[in-house]
Design a protein around this ligand. Structure first.
Ligand code: HEM
Length: 328
């Protein structure tokens, strides 16, 4: 890459704390495939940035007077600052452009994809906990977390507006540099589909360049229970027969027709449906944005492009919940 690329937020992180940009080149960051999992803590040794808090400021640096008030920044004996807690030096060093000379809009393109992946990580955290809460009979907790997922999913649909401020011409300045990278290779996106209920092992075979860790994650998702499995378990725990699709249909009908007796189950079913609808809304928004951006050109991931994406628009995680509508 010609010349150092300084993201606009550089001022937030002390220059000395920013690792050198050596080895730039991949848009997936310097540690592809080994994303920090939400359950790791700042005390875990394998965090990005190496030795935890190696650059913790001294007490003298974090205590002082601010507008006449004595202030003490941070807790835990001043171990943390805003930047060290959020690992901003590492985070803001992950936007490496492929274009040379730098194309203005490539930073937006990288940032928006990275923001999606952060939210995908959060969604997986919430969906798996919601699934486990249903299995444990904690319906209120599952309901709460599914509500949060929906708010995040609305943000994900809305983020496409930001991307559409990029014109096809400006995208064209760097698009060829991306190939064969594509959103199709988002492992977390596919994990969300699998956890939600749309397990399709053929996608694993179609991934290009999966790391062993990513492959193991996808395999685990294909084996573990889905949100739908957990929800059917909730129906069974409430005394319904759930051995066949017809029995599940009958249970759903009863729940829908007797909401005063099955309020919590009905609300859960509605939350699952909402999750499904928002995923469908994202797919619909994405394909129209793609048509606006590249028309009928093939995708960088090797598919027919919009044609392939349109073929996925009918995907529904919970066909029985949709089918129920026709019977009410
Ligand atoms: C200029 C912007 C974008 C364009 C032109 C674009 C284009 C495409 C195309 C053509 C495909 C089909 C696969 C291929 O052959 O590459 C695809 C798939 C995909 N893209 Fe995008 N995309 C854009 C932005 C995004 C963003 C911001 C995300 C967010 C993560 C994203 C996520 C995905 C996902 C998850 C798939 C796989 C969908 C599926 O298999 O159902 N894309 N994209």
């Amino acid at each position: 890459m010609a010349g150092p690329f300084a993201p606009p937020a550089t001022a937030l992180a002390p220059p000395a704390a920013r690792p050198s940009a050596g080895g730039a080149g991949v848009i997936t960051g310097s540690r592809p495939g080994s994303y920090p999992r939400p359950v790791t803590t700042s005390h875990d040794a394998d965090q990005p940035g190496g030795e935890p808090h190696a650059q913790a400021p001294s007490a003298a640096e974090i205590e002082g007077r601010w507008e006449g008030q004595q202030v003490h920044f941070g807790e835990e004996g001043g171990r943390l600052t805003y930047g060290s807690y959020l690992r901003l030096a590492e985070l803001l060093d992950q936007q490496r452009l492929e274009s040379d000379p730098p194309a203005h809009d490539e930073l937006l393109f990288i940032t928006i994809h990275q923001a999606y992946e952060l939210w995908f990580q959060q969604i997986l955290h919430e969906l798996t906990t919601a699934r486990d809460a249903m299995a444990a009979g904690q319906l209120w907790w599952a309901q709460h977390l599914l509500g949060r997922v929906q708010v995040i999913e609305r943000v994900l649909v809305g983020q496409i507006d930001i991307l559409e401020t990029m014109t096809p011409q400006d995208f064209g300045e760097f698009r060829q540099r991306l190939a064969p990278a594509s959103g199709f290779q988002s492992v977390q996106y596919r994990e969300i589909e699998f956890v939600s209920g749309a397990k399709d092992p053929s996608f694993v075979k179609r991934f290009r360049g999966l790391t062993a860790e990513e492959e193991a994650r996808l395999a685990k998702r294909l084996e573990e229970p889905t949100l739908w499995d957990a929800f059917v378990g909730v129906l069974a725990a409430a005394g319904f027969r759930t051995g066949s699709e017809d029995e599940i249909r009958a249970a759903l009908y009863k729940v829908a027709r007797d909401r005063s007796s099955y309020a919590a189950i009905w609300e859960l079913a509605e939350s699952l449906l909402q999750h499904d609808e928002l995923a469908a809304a994202w797919r619909a928004r994405h394909v129209v944005m793609v048509e606006r951006m590249i028309g009928t050109k093939p995708g960088t991931g090797g598919s027919s492009g919009a044609g392939y994406l349109r073929s996925r628009l009918d995907l529904r995680y919970y066909p029985l919940l949709w089918g129920l509508r026709s019977t009410l």
